[in-house]
Ligand binder design. Sequence first.
Ligand code: NAD
Ligand code: WQD
Length: 337
Amino acid sequence: MKVLVTGGTGFIGSHTLVELIEAGHDVVVVDNLVNSSAESLNRVAQITGTEPVFYEGDIRDQNLLLDIFGKEAPEAVIHFAGLKAVGESSSKPLEYYDNNIAGTITLLKAMKESGCKNIIFSSSATVYGKPESVPIREDFKVGEVTNPYGRTKLMIEQILQDIYAADNSWNVILLRYFNPIGAHKSGLMGEDPQGIPNNLLPYIAKVAVGQLDHINVFGNDYDTKDGTGVRDYIHVVDLAYGHVKALEKISEAPGLKIYNLGTGNGYSVLEMIRAFSKACGRDLPYVIADRRPGDIDVCYADPALAKKELGWEAKRGIEEMCEDAWRWQSNNPTGYR
Ligand code: NAD
Ligand code: WQD
């Protein structure tokens, strides 16, 4: 299938390109490089032998999108493009709503005008807010989100549901990712955050490579096995492959579907620090710091629906996630730049 991948030079997008190409799909990428580097596409080409077709530009640019749909005629869109820093979204809400919501609306209008009505959207476990229980199923309540970033995900889910309700010829798959980490096995591709990372694993990786001094553990008084926050970390290559399976599903015209992409296992911050210490061969220093506002104690998926309906499940454990992330970080201490 020919697929337009928005945000395809980013962390999850670039790994998904590899899996799509290896599964025999044709990919076209649009990305404005606001949080990524086009070098990731050279790495995709190095791994797969195929250079993705790339349009550098913004998904809010309707003329660019109509041009891409006219020239490329993709049959489906995988929509990764968006800003994703939770903290920044609280200080720059307008930028997040404009980029994520207006960007998605512009994309959807161009899709409608071009007759492409198949979309897979990168949603997030953040839409569940603080869950009443774990593991989290897709039919759990959504909506009590504490930050503008999360609200953009929720709003886009609602927009897509409304579009489907009005016109059943659309096929919409909402994928709710848990905590993607790790890197491609080759060591050629991985996560490349700018500045000080917001998320735990890239932060640990920067401590491991000597660019940051120690890890701050945000709270050790949560109601969890060791008091630190518990999350469902998923290898980015497993997550990427989930999109290949979602694309197969979309070709069956499934209507509207929602799937969690997680492993079903929860690990604490201290367990992740230990796993990464093992991968890099030294004990990484950490200090216990205050809780981070908005954090919840435990979050992990029930991934049974994706297994049943997509035939997908995560295969890689935290050891492999940390080894692969370490290979990428140590081979590329300054990322793609
Ligand atoms: P990323 O920042 O690496 O990738 C996003 C890409 O979108 C970047 O390459 C960026 O340059 C591009 N982009 C942003 N705004 C754009 C615009 N207006 N026009 C064109 N391109 C634009 O992030 P990622 O981790 O790969 O995340 C991909 C998607 O998955 C995002 O939508 C994110 O919200 C979602 N998601 C990520 C996580 C996570 O923890 N990484 C978890 C759940 C959901
Ligand atoms: C994981 C755990 C922290 C950093 C975020 C978004 C979510 C999704 C995934 C996009 C928590 C602790 C963290 C640090 C720490 N993204 N931590 N020290 O918060 O589960 O999810 O990324 O959709 O929407 O909210 O991920 O990696 O930031 O935190 O102790 O320096 O690590 O408190 O328990 P989170 P994270």
